[in-house]
Design a protein around this ligand. Structure first.
Ligand code: AMP
Ligand code: ZN
Length: 463
């Protein structure tokens, strides 16, 4: 059986097959920018990619998949954060990388085989930029920055089908003075002391000292760890343009070869109909939800409850439904064990329909539907010896861990919630004196309240 996945470049479902004779499937997933917490919207993308990774392992074998996911630890946003906090770049990115890793573990995402950092691959990026300059695809601007000449790559716009006219409007007009053409994008940014602080490296030959542009990071790290041509490149829809379009241009001009056989973009998680995003401040982190008493596994379940290529509106209620669903699966597995089923038995075909749904464009809601129709009607059919093995394989593919209760990791006592609600209402009514007094009551009760634009979260005060 084959895995079929929508290809954003060809605009059709295409079968995934390793292109190279060693049979290893080469998979690059754009990773997080580590300057702030990853929110559960970001984790929708990473959890969907984790299901894909698991499915690839089932299909080609665990040692026949090479999964690379980078850490963007230098770019405009990370540098902006060092300026804001007045702390070194490495300190900030280390902190958020550790929190990202802890969240990935709690959500049961398999670690990628390689997790390269942009700052660890400056030489590789500089080398690519030098090749692009030598080939005439890039030029040095008067300030010592280097830009990619979009007009030099005939295939530009193939992924996003962006028309030239739109391109000129969409691309940043910042640095327009330095560019030959407004649609050109930065490969290397010359050092600006007032913005970059301590962050700078020696530049490509003929260019100023500075730092890489964001897009070249992924081209260089993908080339280093997976080779010139990869099997699959993925990310959230917002990366399609300009990030992935620019990656294609850089990699194909530098290497003279096809960059990726397949492109996959998953859709966004929304809040009240708007994309969840750090800049809008309308987000939940995993920590926020755990502090409210939800289990990370329920968050994972909720993130997989919608089709990955459709937008999904996030509701706290979906976590209650997820809790219940996981409790049902846990009880079902226990009943299989009670009936004498053993995990080592040869797999039955009972749950194959669930995997078939995942193989068809990662249709997670159809897979969950198929799973529950089997579980709910299980008593009415003859049990087969390998049902536990089949069930466990499906749990592996979806990445559901059933060994921990779906109940709250941190229970918030009712009286604390009541105080928090009162304080929130006081704050909304701009009664700041009352809000401050209630915050003191919360602290005395051992809780701290973190305010956001659209709500709050509660965390036990660390002792
Ligand atoms: P960033 O840390 O901003 O570089 O984003 C990391 C990943 O999360 C990228 O693949 C983004 O496309 C993805 N992403 C950002 N916002 C959302 C969202 N609201 N829902 C799903 N994925 C998102
Ligand atoms: Zn990337």
């Amino acid at each position: 059986m084959a895995i079929k996945l929508f290809d954003s470049l060809q605009r059709e479902l295409r079968t995934l097959t390793p292109a190279q004779p060693d049979g290893v499937y080469r998979f690059y997933n754009c990773g997080p920018t580590v300057y702030a917490p990853a929110h559960i919207g970001n984790f929708r993308t990473f959890v969907v990619n984790d299901v894909l990774r698991r499915l690839l392992e089932l299909e080609f074998g665990p040692d026949k998949v090479k999964h690379v996911r980078n850490l963007t630890d230098v770019d405009d946003r990370t540098i902006g954060q060092t300026r804001k906090e007045g702390r070194p770049l490495g300190e900030i990115t280390k902190k958020w990388t550790e929190i990202f890793h802890a969240d990935c573990t709690a959500l049961n995402c398999l670690p990628p085989h390689v997790e390269p950092t942009a700052t660890g691959h400056i030489v590789e990026q500089v080398n690519m930029i030098e090749v692009l300059m030598q080939k005439g695809n890039a030029y040095r601007a008067p300030d010592g920055s280097v830009y990619f000449k979009v007009g030099s790559f005939e295939g530009y716009g193939g992924l996003s089908r962006i028309k030239e006219r739109e391109l000129k409007v969409t691309n940043t007009v910042a640095d327009a003075d330095h560019k030959d053409d407004v649609s050109d994008f930065a490969l290397w940014k010359a050092y600006k002391p007032e913005e970059d602080g301590e962050v700078r490296w020696p530049g490509p030959a003929g260019a100023a000292a500075g730092r890489p542009g964001w897009h070249i990071e992924c081209s260089a790290m993908s080339k280093k760890h997976l080779g010139d041509t990869i099997d699959l490149h993925t990310g959230g829809v917002d990366l399609l343009f300009p990030h992935h379009e620019n990656e294609i241009a850089q990699s194909e001009c530098c290497n003279g070869r096809l960059f990726a056989h397949h492109w996959y973009h998953s859709e966004h998680l929304l809040v009240n109909g708007t994309t969840m995003s750090k800049s809008k401040g309308n987000y939940y982190t995993l920590g926020d939800l755990v502090a409210k008493g939800y289990a990370p596994m329920s968050v994972r379940y909720a993130l997989l409850s919608g089709h990955p290529r459709k937008q999904l509106n996030f509701l706290l209620d979906s976590l209650h439904a997820a809790d219940k669903a996981l409790a049902t699966l846990r009880a079902f597995r226990a009943s299989l064990v009670q009936r004498g089923q053993v995990s080592g038995a040869a797999k039955s075909a009972t749950f194959d329909g669930v995997l078939a749904a995942l193989r068809e464009d990662l249709n997670t809601p159809a897979a969950l539907g198929a799973l529950f129709s089997i579980v709910n009607a299980y008593e009415q059919r003859p049990a087969l010896a390998g049902d536990l093995t089949g069930f466990d394989q499906v749990m592996f593919a979806l990445g559901f861990r059933l060994d921990r209760p779906a109940a709250a990791a941190v229970e918030v006592p009712a009286e604390v919630t009541a105080l928090a609600e009162k304080r929130w209402a006081a704050k909304q009514a701009k009664d700041f004196a009352a809000a401050d007094a209630l915050r003191k009551d919360l602290t005395t009760a051992g809780w701290s309240m973190l305010d956001r634009k659209d709500g709050y979260s509660l965390e036990p005060v660390k002792k």
